[in-house]
Write a protein that binds this ligand. Structure first.
Ligand SMILES: [Zn+2]
Ligand SMILES: [Zn+2]
Length: 341
């Protein structure tokens, strides 16, 4: 199946939604049950990842004081379910373009498309049954697919699938507009400059983002097995650093996951542990960020207090970092908004 790539000129908001110079960032959800963050400048508002159902995303945006109808674009880091669950419905409902890499788009299209050997009706029923089963599961299953999607089954998945199925739309992969980017090549969305960078993770072409607007620099780096030097370069000079602090190693080792899943989480293309995050903060971080946001915490293999203690210890030992504020992104509700300038 060919992938329709439609690019169109889009006029970004000419009436500022916030005072000039103000930049806001709100983590709507973070963790293996769904990830989404909204970043707004005076003239542009973008969503990074759509890992919740459209309805839940809209609800959380409103709760966070953000107008979903004012969104200009969606940016996708990688194709794992906890980052794309609500993508199709959200993009279609709002009629906004989706920015992602071509390999990620293809992987998402494959995931969303019925296989030829079954009918569309059979595929719909299969996805409905899968979602229902996932919602009922209480323990992780070793599905052999990906680190993200195989863990922490989720009722939100059912909601997202039901949304797709309830649309009259026959092609579940149709998007209002698709804009391809390549890792390392910067692009602009309205007045936000975006630099995608490659991260080590078990997806086809995963990226983190640096967003720059109004002199503010925000880095988002979650879903990475370790922090290679190319990523460290992008995390320098940031006003906001959103960094994965996924698991406590001992909790993961002693926890409920099958050994093969534990190995994948701990691998170089898995997720960043509390120790790995704090090791970076202690040894390689330049201390520039006003806010450090710990993100993608595992509900099964971590505790917010463990992640916090680990990061605070790393920051406390560096006397010049007292101005850094630490925030823990949450799975089940929007995290406190970060307002800059
Ligand atoms: Zn993830
Ligand atoms: Zn992932």
């Amino acid at each position: 199946m060919g992938i329709p790539v439609r690019s169109r000129g889009r006029s970004f908001h000419t009436v500022p939604s916030y005072p000039p110079g103000m930049v806001r960032m709100t983590v709507l959800a973070s963790g293996s049950k769904g990830n989404s963050t909204v970043v707004s400048s005076a003239r542009t508002r973008i969503l990074i990842d759509t890992g919740l159902s459209c309805r839940e995303l809209m609800k959380r945006m409103k709760a966070a004081g953000e107008d979903p109808c004012a969104l200009d674009a969606i940016l996708i880091t990688h194709e794992h379910q906890d980052h794309v669950q609500g993508l199709a419905v959200t993009a279609r409902k709002l009629g906004i373009p989706v920015y992602l890499t071509e390999p990620t788009h293809r992987a998402w299209v494959r995931w969303m498309t019925p296989q030829k050997r079954i009918t569309y009706a059979e595929w719909l029923e299969k996805r409905r049954a899968e979602a229902a089963r996932a919602a009922q599961q209480q323990t992780a299953q070793d599905s052999g697919s990906s680190v993200c999607s195989s863990l922490d089954p989720d009722p939100e998945e059912q909601a997202a699938v039901e949304e797709v199925l309830s649309e009259p739309q026959r092609d579940p992969t149709a998007l209002p507009a698709v804009e391809y980017f390549q890792s390392g090549n910067g692009f602009r969305v309205g007045d936000i400059a975006v630099t995608p960078f490659t991260i080590p993770h078990d997806a086809v072409d995963p990226v983190g983002f640096v967003l720059e607007t109004e002199g503010v620099r925000i880095a988002i780096a979650t879903d990475l097995g370790y922090i290679p030097s190319n990523v460290q370069v992008h995390l320098r000079g940031c006003d906001v650093l959103m960094l994965e602090s996924n698991h406590d190693l001992e909790m993961l080792r002693d926890g409920p996951y099958p050994w093969s899943v534990k190995q994948r989480v701990m691998s170089r293309v898995g997720h960043l542990s509390n120790d790995a995050a704090s090791d970076f903060l202690e040894r390689s971080y330049d201390g520039q960020a006003a806010w450090v946001v710990l993100a993608h915490l595992s509900e099964s293999n971590n505790l917010p207090e463990l992640a916090r203690i680990s990061a605070e210890r790393a920051l406390r030992d560096r006397i010049n970092l007292l101005a850094n504020r630490l925030l823990l992104a949450e799975q089940n509700r929007p995290t406190e908004a970060i307002v800059l300038k």
